[in-house]
Design a protein. Structure first.
Length: 173
């Protein structure tokens, strides 16, 4: 094997082993807690100390935070949902306990307020991420979109009767 090829294999192996930058933003469901804390459930492991942005919906706003520690299980108190829960320290208090939002873990993400909502530009993407939330009979669907293409979806069970507001496209698994 040539030196150049060996060096390339070593770099790729190092990046895989040490969690290189992701090619796409990692999303998670956020549940706001009292004061300056939140709990975020991701579908894969993240590192303590990583910075993230959290998009909240009513009213629209974005807050940043830092992953503090890993939890035992997800952040949903109603049912054990798939994923890994993490405690997050927020830069400032949100004031609305148990509010749900979407966490975005991508160092290149830049939030922009446009037409009454926040969107995020990320490195290498030509279309910004937009964020949606809607309700079904017993829970909330959270999703991200690039144009008319859904890029991420998560269902959050609430164990209460809700008036459904989702379109078929928003609610599909």
């Amino acid at each position: 094997m040539s030196r150049a090829r060996l060096a390339w294999v070593a770099v790729v192996g190092f990046c895989i082993f040490h969690g290189a930058a992701r090619s796409a933003p990692l999303m998670g469901v956020t549940r706001i807690r009292p004061e300056t804390s939140a709990c975020v459930t991701f579908r894969q492991e993240v590192r303590v100390g990583e910075r993230l942005l959290i998009v909240l919906f009513a009213p629209p706003r974005v807050v940043d935070g830092v992953v503090k520690e890993r939890n035992e299980g997800s952040c949903n108190p109603n049912i054990e949902q798939p994923g890994i829960g993490y405690e997050v320290t927020l830069r400032h208090s949100i004031g609305q306990e148990n509010e749900l939002g979407i966490a975005v873990l991508d160092p290149s993400a830049q939030a922009v307020y446009a037409d009454g909502e926040f969107v995020m530009n990320t490195k290498g993407a030509t279309t910004p991420l937009s964020f949606r939330t809607c309700s079904s009979n017993e829970g909330i669907h959270l999703s991200t979109w690039r144009g008319n293409r859904r890029t991420w979806h998560e269902y959050w069970y609430l164990d209460q009767d809700l008036e459904p507001t989702c379109t078929d496209e928003e609610a599909r698994e």
